[in-house]
Ligand binder design. Structure first.
Ligand code: BGC
Length: 522
């Protein structure tokens, strides 16, 4: 008999007294949107900047010589293979990874507001250091500070949103955070399209420095935001927590929600070590998904496009302008397809979107790899005709759309909705840190991989997407329309997880208070 694991139905029903969407909730959304926007802006901005000549001349002159010197490099695919240059992109995510651990403690001990203020401050100083950079050190320190901002914001904002929002719009807000990320990426693509034409080489400065605008909104906004009742309660002030809940719900009738909050807080307090808690056998499905979903999300290869679209397009022979406008087009497709996902996730379900998006990505990646291999050649000796480039761009848009209606938003939604309260914050930390780590790896190694694997790189990602699609098909239960408090039953009803589940408490599986016991071995 192996170790058992329990999944308990929480009794915290989320059918509370109806409180309206108050101005507090609206302000919270705006500030939170700034967080998503900033994260997206940082994702999208570096690719365009690293393909600007003035930027390369100033900070990476060796790299520029390498690009211009036809004899110095192995093949055309290696044009941008420079570790220092990729470190400029990827260092941000390494800093974000470490900052998210720190942010998780600060968010718990000092509240969500403090974390958002610190995040806004880090973003603002990073953007200013980057915009005014006169040395490589300033540039890299600026990037690290932006990373600290990303770590704090990704930890605190989703939590803040879910605690501020009335239950009925909680899921939609979670998806809206992803929408803000895609809008940030698009804004960066548009800025990168405009700034290279500016005189006196200020283009890259403006591209990097403009992040200071949303950073200031986030910073100033964080001073005006109310703290969440959950956080006030967590730090021991029951009366004040209740007053705050009444204020943000706009009604005095908050008794049920407040009782649930207190119960959740007690149960969270009884968990001394959230990290060891999520590692217990009883949370095995959650641990598996909170680790594998962010891991696989990055292995779709999406950030090859988000970070390096202009570099990729230039490598395979697009002109400078064509590369930048192509990045705008893929950015736009990303936003629109995320909207489709938000609209359809409760109609088609999570599994349907994951599987359809996965198949779409596999087909388009194989097609992109084949066209580049066939036309551009094994060593980049060929060239692409205008028709080829249009077909390629179309295929890349289809690939981005496939991601944006599946792994993009669902990569954040699913881990958050399958975790019961007592492990939700640990689950979120795990999700963010695994995501940041693999974002760093892709950011750091993509150009080297492109140099060595050439067009085969796209086949490589296609195989990975195939594996993750099979993983979803066999292991992920459908969570569409399942209230959070009844989530436990999805494991029991599932063909794989269900083999190890048995009911030990309650009898009627629909009454919401059953306890299922799982055994690793039957
Ligand atoms: C991912 C990012 C990615 C973005 C693209 C997010 O869900 O976490 O790494 O760049 O989607 O829209």
């Amino acid at each position: 008999m192996g170790g058992g694991f329990f999944v308990t139905d929480s009794s915290h029903r989320e059918e509370y007294e109806e409180g309206g969407v108050t101005s507090f909730v609206v302000i919270a959304c705006i500030v939170a949107a700034m967080g998503g926007l900033l994260f997206g802006y940082d994702i999208g901005i570096s690719g365009g900047v690293t393909s600007m000549e003035e930027f390369l001349t100033r900070f990476f002159p060796d790299m520029l010589r390498q690009m211009q010197n036809e004899t110095g490099r192995e093949t055309e695919y290696c044009k941008y293979d420079n570790e220092l240059l990729t470190l400029f992109t990827s260092s941000l995510y390494l800093a974000a990874l470490f900052a998210s651990f720190l942010a998780s403690s600060i968010t718990r001990l000092f509240g969500r507001k403090v974390s958002m203020t610190l995040g806004g401050l880090a973003f603002l100083s990073g953007a200013l250091l980057n915009g005014f950079a006169i040395s490589l050190e300033m540039l890299i320190i600026g990037r690290l500070l932006l990373g600290v901002g990303v770590g704090f914001v990704n930890q605190a904002v989703p939590l803040y949103l879910s605690e501020m929002a009335p239950a009925k719009i909680r899921g939609a807000l979670n998806m809206a955070f992803q929408l803000a990320i895609t809008m940030g990426i698009l804004a960066a693509n548009i800025v990168n399209y405009i700034t290279p034409n500016l005189k006196n080489g200020v283009g890259w400065r403006l591209s990097l420095g403009l992040a200071a605008v949303p950073a200031s909104v986030l910073l100033v906004g964080s001073f005006f935001l109310p703290e969440t009742p959950n956080s006030i309660l967590e730090r021991g002030n029951k009366e004040e927590a209740k007053r705050m809940l009444q204020k943000i719900r706009g009604t005095m009738e908050v008794e049920h929600e407040f009782m649930d909050l207190c119960a959740a807080c007690e149960s969270a307090k009884s968990v001394q070590h959230p990290w060891t808690n999520i590692a217990q056998t009883k949370y095995r499905p959650q641990l598996v998904f909170c680790t594998f979903i962010p891991f696989f999300q990055q292995l779709t290869g999406i950030n090859v496009i988000m970070f390096y679209a202009p570099v990729l397009f230039r490598t395979i022979g697009f002109g400078n302008d064509a590369s930048l406008i192509s990045a705008v087009i893929t950015g736009l497709v990303n936003v629109l397809s995320t909207l489709v996902s938000i609209y359809s996730v409760d109609k088609f379900g999570r599994r349907g979107l994951f599987l359809a998006g996965g198949i779409q990505m596999i087909v388009t990646q194989v097609a992109v790899g084949s066209i580049i291999g066939w036309k551009f050649g094994v060593n980049g000796e060929g060239s692409l005709s205008p028709v080829d480039t249009q077909i390629l761009l179309g295929l890349i848009c289809l690939y981005v759309a496939g991601f944006a209606w599946s792994w993009g938003p669902l990569g954040w939604l699913v881990p958050s909705e399958i975790c019961p309260l007592e492990i939700r914050s640990a689950g979120q930390s795990l999700n963010v840190s695994v995501n940041m780590f693999f974002t760093f790896l892709i950011g750091q190694f993509f150009v080297t991989m492109l140099c060595h694997m050439k067009f085969g790189l796209f086949y490589f990602f296609a195989v990975l997407v195939l594996i993750m699609t099979i993983f979803i098909h066999f292991l992920l239960p459908e969570t569409k329309g399942v209230p959070i408090e009844e989530m436990a039953r999805v494991w029991k009803d599932h063909s794989f997880w269900g083999k190890y589940a048995r009911v030990v408490d309650g009898g009627d599986t629909d009454d919401g208070d059953d306890v299922y016991v799982f055994s690793v071995k039957a």
